[in-house]
Design a protein around this ligand. Structure first.
Ligand SMILES: [Zn+2]
Length: 583
């Protein structure tokens, strides 16, 4: 079976006529919209027509950018040295930054528009009423046009540059193992080695390695968070957290309800961690370096063909639509699964709304976790497919629900595997699931605590390396409690998580927990309601791009402002843990 994806449905090559034509078309509509914005957004004559004109332009530019941008980046993803792709990547960035101006002008202009009134006689406006209202609300936090353009320009040499520096520090960092310098990514991967000695060695070497970059990393994190604080204040947000929540289309009340439910369940996770420590021979809780230690034994191997079969068959127990989507993705080469030189690591799904397809990159190595990764990315792809009939402007959804469909699909596959597993294999699968949940709930809670404290202190002054390490360890103690051995924490997770170095995404931690628990809650509903739930599920996905999160969930009768919803999700994990403790 062919394990390389087919990008021809986008373009045949960078030299193809279509690629060149569409690049030119993007240029011409960009120039037009800048001129149009300068002339038309001076007043409010004919407001309805102006909104419609801008929406039509947005849809058209979205279509072109989706195709062009993805083609360039998907090409780079499987061949990092492709010179054509690199060149066009710079060119397209330049073109995108050219579009900042009309965007800022339109947002500012929207401030005085009565969206509901304009929607009365326009279907196009009605269709986009949510995002238009959102633009209007966000315009309250905008500075003057000149300031906005200057800020977006300056970011390229400030926060973006700091985050690029951190990126290169980490990608070039090596750690010493038995006299050999190895890339830090390889050393970190030792954390789930079957050998206890190797896990410990990896941890020691990793901590030693971060010492080499701790000072520049601290400059990066201080500068990026400093910029976020200055800008969010100047724009009138109460805090960086408030800014993140507005962008996430959710309220602080919902976040707090979720956190409260989690705090209540922390003791269950500690029980699991102490049990795992006991099995591994520790008395004082689990050392950080054994969090990912594998338990039981799972050596079932899958060929790519068998992975397809396993996924499609088990997706079919949920719905034909989901199974057919996955089958079609394999059949029509939407997936690039073969690991090879020049191809990037990890996995992702790239939605291609413009051509109603998607592309999935992964590095398939015949293990069960690779099957899970495929299921995860296919889940993202399926989510995108539920939005194919929506306007592209209604097809992007906020971070907290971005992982809903992916984790849901993982759960279908995990449940199927657990059903058939016995003995050591069952322990391995179950423990793996719990350890994932632990990472997404307990560890991320710690990261949230760290970031909250970081923002609080950064308001007054820069933080030194010692202080950053201390805050991180305190956060871990608070999240893990006596589940972790306080002698062996990880004082450098602020240096190794790229999420802290993205100025445009702060608190890029709780959305993972939200997505995980929300998805678990949906799964609990599915188990309870059976086939009746399938249409509801699709309905939720279809609506993710044009409502507040709480309104999307309310459509299917879920109230995420109530602790009981979160408890139901946490109870599923609790059941897993109880089963593990018994085994
Ligand atoms: Zn994902």
């Amino acid at each position: 079976m062919n394990m390389h994806w087919d990008l021809n449905p986008l373009y045949e090559s960078f030299d193809s006529k279509l690629f060149k034509d569409e690049m030119e078309k993007l240029d011409s509509i960009s120039k037009d919209i800048v001129k149009w914005a300068e002339n038309s957004l001076k007043n409010y004559d004919d407001t309805r027509n102006k909104i419609e004109h801008y929406l039509k332009y947005s849809i058209e530019s979205d279509y072109l950018l989706d195709k062009l941008y993805r083609f360039i980046h998907l090409t780079i993803a499987v061949n990092s040295t492709d010179e054509n792709a690199r060149k066009y990547s710079d060119i397209i960035k330049e073109k995108v930054s050219f579009l900042t101006k009309p965007e800022v002008m339109f947002m500012k202009w929207m401030k005085k528009v009565d969206v509901e009134k304009e929607a009365e006689n326009s279907e196009l406006i009605r269709e986009h009423i949510f995002i238009l209202n959102e633009i209007k609300e966000k315009s309250a936090y905008m500075l003057s046009e000149d300031e906005e353009i200057l800020i977006s320009d300056m970011k390229r040499t400030s926060s973006s540059a700091w985050s690029m520096l951190q990126n290169s520090l980490i990608s070039e960092l090596t750690a010493e193992i038995d006299g050999k310098e190895l890339p830090i990514a390889i050393v970190r991967a030792m954390s789930n080695d079957v050998s206890a000695e190797k896990r410990r060695k990896g941890y020691d070497a990793e901590l030693k390695a971060y010492k080499k970059i701790e000072t520049p990393s601290s400059f990066c994190i201080n500068s990026i968070k400093g910029e976020v604080i200055s800008l969010s204040k100047k724009r009138g947000y109460k805090s960086p957290l408030q800014m993140t929540l507005i962008n996430s289309r959710m309220s602080e009340e919902i976040l707090n309800t979720m956190l409260k439910a989690i705090k209540r369940k922390l003791p269950i996770f500690r029980k699991y961690l102490r049990k795992k420590a006991e099995i591994l021979g520790y008395k004082n809780g689990l050392p950080f370096y054994d969090l990912d230690a594998p338990m039981g034994k799972s050596d079932r191997k899958f060929t790519y063909e068998e992975a397809r079969e396993f996924i499609v068959t088990n997706f079919r127990t949920f719905s034909n639509r989901l199974a057919d989507f996955a089958d079609n993705a394999f059949e029509n080469r939407w997936i690039d699964a073969e690991p090879r030189k020049g191809k990037r690591g990890g996995a992702f799904n790239s939605g291609l709304h413009s051509i109603k397809q998607c592309r999935i990159l992964c590095n398939f190595n015949n293990r069960f976790t690779d099957v899970m990764t495929l299921a995860h990315e296919l889940g993202h792809g399926y989510h995108g497919s539920r939005l194919y009939d929506e306007s592209p402007l209604n097809a992007s959804y906020p971070m907290p629900i971005a992982e809903t469909a992916s984790i849901f699909c993982e759960t279908i596959i995990m449940d199927a595997a657990l059903k058939n597993a016995e003995g050591e294999e069952k322990i391995a699968l179950l423990e793996n699931r719990i350890s994932d949940a632990n990472r997404l709930i307990v560890d991320i809670y710690g990261r949230f605590l760290f970031e909250s404290e970081l923002f609080k202190r950064r308001e007054n002054a820069s933080l030194g390396v010692k202080e950053l390490k201390e805050i991180m360890m305190n956060a871990q103690k608070e999240a893990y409690g006596n589940g972790l051995d306080p002698e062996f924490l990880h004082p450098y997770t602020w240096a190794n998580k790229p999420h802290y170095y993205l100025a445009s995404r702060n608190y890029y931690n709780f959305p993972y927990t939200f997505g995980f628990l929300f998805s678990m809650g949906l799964y609990a509903m599915y188990i309870r309601e059976g086939d009746k739930f399938v249409d509801k599920y699709d309905e939720i996905l279809r609506n993710t791009g044009k409502h507040e999160i709480k309104d999307i969930t309310a459509m299917v009768g879920i109230d995420i402002t109530k602790e009981s919803f979160w408890n139901e999700s946490l109870n599923i994990i609790e059941k897993y843990i109880e089963e593990f403790l018994e085994l």
